[in-house]
Design a protein around this ligand. Structure first.
Ligand code: IMP
Length: 459
């Protein structure tokens, strides 16, 4: 069977911990979208691993697959594999031949476009990893795929077509001299050919490339269990998220089929678990109706750090929850849980279960609020509107829950669901009821031992 793990909010919901927890029972852990813009933290045997591309299951000896829906920077891939090897691990990572390659010029263009957009306050706040430009070239049928790296003639042909276009874009459209860039080789066919041909050789020598669809279908036919590790989250999905403040892929559950080639029926027969952070965080720009305080540079229209009561609360939650970007180190914006957002997410993904994380972070507060509905142009609505402009105009209507105390969360995790403080259970049950999906797990600390497991989807 398959279990698909999906971020229900804006990314950073703690998916890595849940993949790690349930992934024990999986034989294969596959990613279906995104690239090294993700940040997964896995704590294993007292050692903390921060991964941005390699599926986190690889830390525990699972076969890790990067599906065709992913965009792959081979520099990051081999750096992460080497780091794991230096720590004594032997990760088994397979890469889809159909996956697209993030080339150095994609990263440069990501930065240039963000700079240009920032002149009119339109920047997305990307991770700068070249994700958007790579998916653009995929859709534009001018991308370089992993399979192309294996054949030097094809690689050279692809580069000779695309690189002059990128060079012209930089020089003619953005009016920047390539030779003055930090990395002019990013636009040099010969330099790129040499470096990426070697990556292709290494992928071939280490037998890392697969037809992901066939590989996963065969694994299922052999009775193996597959876990799909979604990166980012529903509200930054290119189709179902808060466009244009989105990533360029489909973190939603449908992406698991398209992004790996395992058929949708098989995925729907399995479980789809929505990962919910007990409050909200957001990296980058875009609306956030339940936002507490703000972050200068990211919160729209927020130019100066305030010091009101909500700002203090925002700072408290940010510090308690360690809400700083795994990839970029940037402070994350924080807010109360947003139910219209989650209802949209539950509908788009079809969650069969929920894992609610970071419940411990809110412990000790007198009260905990939830945006239950929105008011938009004088009307009460219960789901997120489809346009960013309308979402920007939404005002959250809050429900207030009594807070819960700080307790020994490890002991709670040992004892089980009933040991969770009653007010926290009331909060969790409200979320489950509103989303019509049962609670499978409750995260009460960063380690996987600090998780209250209610249901194991593989059992
Ligand atoms: P990109 O994916 O680098 O193109 O960034 C697009 C948007 O998605 C930006 O707002 C990023 O902050 C956000 N984003 C990308 N990856 C993640 C993630 O793993 N967690 C949270 N936000 C992300």
């Amino acid at each position: 069977m398959t279990v698909t793990i999906v971020g229900s909010q804006l990314g950073d919901e703690g998916k890595g911990g849940v993949v790690d927890l349930y992934g024990d029972a999986a034989d294969v852990v596959a990613r279906y979208q995104g690239g090294d813009n993700a940040g997964h933290t896995v704590v294993h045997d007292g050692e903390t691993y921060k991964l941005s591309l390699v599926p986190s299951g690889a830390v525990r000896g699972k076969v890790g697959v990067l599906g065709n829906g992913c965009v792959i920077n081979p520099r990051t891939l081999f750096d992460e594999i080497s780091t794991l090897q230096e720590k004594g691990l032997n990760p088994d990572v397979r890469v889809a031949e159909r996956a697209h390659v993030i080339m150095p010029f994609h990263r440069v263009l990501d930065g240039i476009e963000e700079d240009v957009k920032s002149e009119s306050d339109q920047e997305v706040g990307t991770t700068g990893r070249g994700i958007g430009p790579t998916y653009e070239d995929k859709a534009g049928r001018r991308g370089v795929r992993i399979g192309d790296l294996l054949d030097p003639d094809v690689l050279r042909e692809r580069l000779e077509y695309v690189v002059p276009q990128k060079r012209a874009l930089v020089e003619e459209v953005y009016d920047i001299a390539v030779e003055e860039l930090d990395d002019p080789d990013a636009f040099d066919v010969d330099a790129l050919f040499e470096e990426f041909r070697e990556f292709g050789q290494r992928l071939a020598d280490e037998d890392m490339t697969v037809n992901a669809s066939a590989f996963l279908t065969d694994a299922m036919a052999d009775g193996e269990t597959v876990m799909f590790e979604g990166a980012q989250g529903t509200i930054i999905d290119i189709d179902h998220g808060n466009y244009p403040y989105v990533t360029s892929s489909n973190p939603t559950a449908g992406g698991a089929a398209v992004g790996t080639g395992l058929d949708p029926g098989t995925i729907a027969d399995g479980e789809i678990i929505g990962i919910v952070k007990a409050y909200l965080s957001r990296v980058g720009s875009g609306p956030l109706p339940t936002e507490l305080g703000g972050v200068v540079g990211d919160t729209p229209g927020y130019d100066e750090q305030g010091d009101g009561e909500n700002e203090e609360l925002a700072t408290y939650i940010r510090e308690e929850g360690g809400e700083y970007g795994t990839v970029t180190g940037r402070p994350r914006r924080v807010g109360w849980l947003d139910m219209p957002m989650l209802r949209h997410s539950a509908r788009v993904n079809g969650f069969t279960g929920l894992a609610v994380n970071h419940v411990d972070v809110l412990a000790g507060l007198d009260e905990v609020k939830v945006g239950h509905s929105y008011e938009l142009d004088g009307e009460e609505i219960f789901t997120m509107p489809a346009t960013t402009e309308e979402w920007q105009r939404c005002e959250a209507t809050f429900r207030t829950f009594d807070g819960w105390p700080e307790v020994d969360w490890e002991a709670v995790a040992d004892e089980g669901y009933e040991a969770i403080p009653e007010n926290a259970r009331t909060y969790l049950e409200y979320v489950a009821e509103e989303l019509d999906a049962p609670i499978y797990a409750v995260g009460v600390g960063p380690g996987r031992e600090e998780t209250v497991v209610v249901e194991n989807p593989y059992e």
